[in-house]
Design a protein around this ligand. Structure first.
Ligand SMILES: NC(=O)c1ccc[n+]([C@@H]2O[C@H](COP(=O)([O-])OP(=O)(O)OC[C@H]3O[C@@H](n4cnc5c(N)ncnc54)[C@H](OP(=O)(O)O)[C@@H]3O)[C@@H](O)[C@H]2O)c1
Length: 330
């Protein structure tokens, strides 16, 4: 089969596109014919070696996939040949990745793709969807009628958090780096979208939510805790989920006096049992039209190296080149 893989960590150019043996599914795995995969910043950290994981070389990059089961292992219970599925959590913790024509995936990491939802959509919502759900429902316990601020609403995670928070029934305030991206955030359902390049987020937040926000979702790798804590309402919850090297100052006094809480998590550390209910809600919201993957572009899988470069320029280099997800198709 054709696959995008590396023989050692390093630059995006290390990614080769060529022939590798088609994997054989174990008794608990399904062999999935891949229809589409999507790219996440963590794929680039693993490929570069910035995030160290055990890698089975040649290592196929990528976490997310959607496609069709072409073979089900003897112990697989939930799927059979011909079922359409999506999933994430591959290419992590020693597992092979998804950027290939076929992928052997443990059934615990796969979910049915609803009728009417294409592979591009399903793959692009996978990791970001589970992440948004874990943070909003399990950790922040966002309630209908509450106000949430999402810092970075046009990105892969942010655009999903915006839509999910609306689906839960919250009032959503978000930021983006251009007027076009601000408009995009509004079209995703944000009640208020602030252009962080031309407006003061602090001033706008005071106007929009004078009593503070109940939840602050930070997608930036270097959070401004002074602003975030000052903007939280009493008993506010803050989510952090990016920036392993970040060591920003933290305003302990204002934080504890207001009874706030801070939640950090990495989605791939959540168990399959924790992730399954997230996938069920995601599927329901996809079908109801309340959730749609925010796809910036679709590229051929053969351009995986160029896609990785683009993603790291955008997420780490803050070039603003992307507005959402890159999807690749074999
Ligand atoms: N912990 C986890 O489980 C987990 C899961 C998924 C992702 N992550 C991490 O979360 C981060 C975001 O991931 P992603 O996939 O959403 O990346 P992304 O698609 O590249 O989004 C990055 C976002 O940051 C925004 N941004 C940049 N500078 C900003 C500023 N000064 N103020 C406000 N927003 C700003 C961008 O907005 P504009 O383009 O509008 O400027 C964009 O929306 C990455 O670091 C990723 O590694 C963690």
């Amino acid at each position: 089969m054709k696959a995008a893989y590396i023989n050692q960590t390093g630059l995006a150019e290390n990614i080769r596109y060529g022939e590798l043996p088609t994997p054989k599914p174990s008794p608990t795995q399904c062999l999935v014919k891949v229809g589409a995969v999507s790219l996440n910043p963590v794929d680039t950290y693993i490929r570069s070696g910035m995030v160290q994981m055990p890698l089975p070389f040649p290592f196929i990059v990528g976490c997310d996939l959607a496609g069709t089961v072409v073979e089900a292992g003897s112990d697989v219970k939930r799927f059979q040949t011909g079922d359409r599925v999506w999933g994430t959590n591959q290419g992590l913790l020693g597992r092979q990745g998804t950027f290939a024509e076929f992928c052997a995936v443990d059934e615990c990491w796969l979910y049915s793709t609803p009728d009417g939802v294409g592979d591009e959509q399903a793959s692009a919502i996978a990791l970001v969807g589970i992440t948004a759900h874990l943070g909003l429902v399990r950790d922040a316990k966002l309630q209908r009628g509450e106000t949430i601020f999402v810092n970075g609403g046009s990105g892969g995670v942010g655009s999903t958090v915006v839509q999910m928070a609306k689906a839960i029934g919250a009032r959503v305030i978000t930021t983006a780096g251009s007027d076009k991206k601000v408009e995009r955030c509004r079209s995703l359902g944000a009640d208020h979208a602030i252009n962080y390049q031309t407006q003061s987020v602090e001033t706008e937040l005071k106007k929009i939510a004078p009593a503070g926000v109940n939840v602050w979702w930070e997608t930036l790798r270097e959070p401004n805790f002074d602003l975030a804590v000052a903007s939280l309402a009493a008993r506010g919850r803050m989510i952090v989920m990016a920036g392993r090297e970040a060591r920003p100052p933290f305003p302990v006094g204002p934080f504890y006096v207001k009874g706030c809480s801070l939640h950090g998590f990495a989605m791939f550390m959540a168990t399959a049992e924790e992730q399954r209910p997230c996938a069920e809600d995601i599927n329901r919201w996809l079908v109801e039209g309340k959730l749609k993957a925010n796809i910036d572009r679709v590229m051929p899988l053969s351009q995986a190296a160029a896609a990785h470069r683009l993603q790291e320029e955008s997420t780490i280099g803050k070039s603003g080149a992307l507005s959402g997800k890159v999807v690749l198709k074999p």
